[in-house]
Design a protein around this ligand. Sequence first.
Ligand SMILES: Cc1cc2nc3c(=O)[nH]c(=O)nc-3n(C[C@H](O)[C@H](O)[C@H](O)COP(=O)(O)OP(=O)(O)OC[C@H]3O[C@@H](n4cnc5c(N)ncnc54)[C@H](O)[C@@H]3O)c2cc1C
Length: 183
Amino acid sequence: MEPGNEVTIQFVADQGLCNGCGTCTAVCPAGSITVNESHNGLLVASVDTGTCTRCRLCVDVCSAIRVDPSVASATEDHFHGNVLQAVCGFATDERLRSNAKSGGVATAIVQYMIETGRADRALMAGIDNNPLRPGPVIIESVSDLTAAQSSWYCPVALNSVLDSIDNFDRLIFTGLSCHIRCL
Ligand SMILES: Cc1cc2nc3c(=O)[nH]c(=O)nc-3n(C[C@H](O)[C@H](O)[C@H](O)COP(=O)(O)OP(=O)(O)OC[C@H]3O[C@@H](n4cnc5c(N)ncnc54)[C@H](O)[C@@H]3O)c2cc1C
């Protein structure tokens, strides 16, 4: 789908295309967008048309609204897009590896970056207050990493807190492709 004359991402939600990444809520200057849990546990953006200024920023950042040109032009595999490289590995730390879903590589890299001073903090999906609904968590020390390890097979509005981050230098971001494309 290509954006046409739509002025808000409400039509993405109405067509069942919203993946609940939360980017639109973070960029909306009027604070008119919320991400709400649907009756079947999905996260769906909703626009308050009363306060929305029709600035279209939410449309600009939405990854569900347009086809990634690199995928559209993929000559070999339209499902995966152009794969630059595939690697395989696992964390050598047994505790990290056994707590993870697929070997703990993501957490091991974050741990390494923080421990060696290459990064100060990480924005990850994790368990904060509600164990049944993971959300965005900012990890500032390696001891906090257990809250953000493993995989939750449900939407997380990870990008909804991007507007609260004042400095992106030395920040690690882990997320799914929908989060990263919008970022
Ligand atoms: C919803 C979902 C669908 C997936 N689908 C596939 C698939 O089809 N094929 C495939 O090969 N792999 C898929 N994965 C990835 C796979 O399950 C592992 O998450 C991935 O390989 C990382 O493994 P790890 O052991 O290195 O992770 P870990 O070291 O345990 O770290 C996992 C990282 O993922 C983050 N995370 C966990 N849940 C979420 C979430 N819901 N949204 C955003 N970030 C999250 C955590 O914050 C952490 O940084 C999916 C993951 C998720 C969350």
